[in-house]
Design a binder for this molecule. Structure first.
Ligand code: NDP
Ligand code: MG
Ligand code: MG
Length: 337
């Protein structure tokens, strides 16, 4: 059984008298910084001049360049995109990190794949909310929390875990529960989930269904509704009650079709492919490919992104969503967070 921590297991006192520097003010940064501040923690923000800097100041934070923020901090939470963290760490974090300070992450990639190797005299802790930043903020404001993960990579002070739990409490995660993990487990499962199921798997499933219907002569608008739009309604039911809850709500015809056809679509070949994807995550093949891709200016990323944007599923959806005002409102909200 996973080890879980709740409000009573975490003491904000471990952050008392300490300054937390949140480096990066994007999806996670804006949410974690604001939640911590409202929990009574002293928070400053580290950034480069630009859009985020202005936003963080508008939100009332003292904003510094990354090196200056790190100099002032006892806890440094790195919330920039994973692919820029190593360079910023080398140039602006490492030279200014105080002995006995703590280096925090919300994803284990750079530590697990050796892109950041911290000095021995700092704590290295992962506190990862299991949800996008705008939700971390909204749910906290509503008095709840997004569940999270905690892991300790290095315990220099003997209090790394207590400090991590205090931080998790500060962002609201212990209200929902924080599960203990390792940097390795968090990194590998996070990458696998987004590649095989949440982002890669679902996108291809939707596209394959859409193409199968349109190639067979059905109208793209109908195919869009069946294969993409309705997905949200089904996923909401799963989120609330698992597969069982979803199956309770759908018709018996849909349930029978689910049982007899789902396994044909995601059959042995897909399971084998998932195992191969997992293997390449575990042995570092994917990480190396992504690091190299960034070094080379993202040729493959940009080429595929362009192809994907031009897909008829996207152009069909764009037209249909124009008339669904409530969807556009929600989409804008999450894109800007
Ligand atoms: P974002 O892309 O939203 O954050 C970008 C932020 O980093 C911006 O404020 C940007 O500022 C700043 N930044 C970028 N480059 C630099 C730089 N060179 N120097 C200083 N600041 C810089 O990141 P996320 O919030 O998505 O991700 C942050 C971390 O959280 C990652 O480790 C990610 O894996 C993890 N995570 C993310 C989740 C999510 O929901 N997105 C969920 C769970 C974990 P500027 O405006 O100047 O570009
Ligand atoms: Mg991820
Ligand atoms: Mg139907």
């Amino acid at each position: 059984m996973a080890k879980k921590f709740y409000e009573k297991d975490a003491d904000l006192g471990y952050l008392k008298g300490k300054t937390v520097a949140v480096v990066g003010y994007g999806s996670q940064g804006h949410a974690q910084a604001q939640n911590l501040r409202e929990s009574g923690v002293e928070v400053i923000v580290g950034l480069r001049k630009g859009k985020s800097w202005e936003q963080a100041e508008k939100d009332g934070f003292a904003v510094y360049t990354v090196d200056q923020a790190v100099k002032r901090a006892d806890v440094v939470q790195l919330l920039m995109p994973d692919e820029v963290q190593a360079k910023v760490y080398r140039e602006q974090v490492r030279p200014h990190l105080k002995s006995g300070a703590a280096l925090f992450f919300s994803h284990g990639f750079n530590i697990h794949f050796g892109q950041i190797v911290p000095p021995e005299d700092v704590d290295v802790v992962l506190v990862a909310p299991k949800g996008p930043g705008h939700l971390v903020r909204r749910v906290y404001e509503e008095g709840f929390g997004v569940p999270g993960l905690i892991a300790v990579h290095q315990d220099a002070t003997g209090q790394a875990k207590e400090l991590g739990l205090a931080y998790a409490k500060g962002i609201g995660a212990t209200r929902a529960g924080v599960i203990e993990t390792t940097f390795k487990e968090e990194t590998e499962t996070d990458l696998f989930g987004e590649q095989a199921v949440l982002c890669g798997g679902v996108s291809e499933l939707v596209k394959a269904g859409f193409e199968t219907l349109t190639e067979a002569g059905y109208q793209p608008e109908i195919a869009y509704f069946e294969c993409l739009h309705e997905l949200k309604l089904i996923v909401d039911l799963m989120y609330e009650g698992g597969l069982k809850g979803m199956r309770y709500s759908i018709s018996d015809t849909a349930e029978f079709g689910d049982y007899v056809s789902g396994k044909r679509v995601i059959g042995e070949a897909s399971r084998e492919a998932m195992k191969q994807v997992l293997k390449e995550i575990q042995d570092g093949t994917f990480a190396n490919r992504w690091i190299r891709e960034n070094e080379e200016g993202r040729p493959e990323f940009n080429r595929i992104a362009e192809e994907e944007k031009a897909h008829s599923l996207e152009t069909t959806g764009e037209e249909l969503r124009k008339t669904m005002a409530w969807i556009n409102k929600g989409a804008k909200e999450s894109v800007t967070q």
